[in-house]
Design a protein around this ligand. Structure first.
Ligand code: FES
Length: 104
């Protein structure tokens, strides 16, 4: 059974961009925003070497890590530089104006 956590108010999500959020009781940050009309939430650290992704370059649904420049597709989490790496995506839902994520 997945555990849901409140991420933020829906209005706090950036449109066409990503912001880093912390979740009470969770040690890693969550990166989230509205991309092409879809709420996207991913792990906030890179699966390569744990650099925070919040400063990465976003072009469409491609997010480039500020660490070593690996690019990840936000729709799938797939890395274009290393097929063994995946940026973890989280299932998202909205309820009463808040955004919830399934982190575990
Ligand atoms: S830490 Fe992200 S590409 Fe190396």
């Amino acid at each position: 059974m997945a555990l849901r956590f409140r991420l933020c108010a829906r209005a706090a999500l950036p449109e066409g961009g990503l912001a880093e959020f912390t979740v009470d009781g969770v040690t890693w940050p969550v990166l989230a925003g509205v991309i092409d009309g879809e709420i996207i939430a991913t792990a906030g650290v890179c699966p390569h070497e744990d650099v925070h992704m919040v400063g990465g370059h976003l072009e469409g649904t491609a997010l480039t890590c500020p660490g070593h420049g690996y690019t990840f597709d936000l729709r799938t989490g797939a890395c274009t530089h290393d097929p063994d790496l995946t940026l973890r995506r989280y299932r998202v839902s909205e309820q009463a104006g808040d955004v919830w994520v399934e982190l575990i």
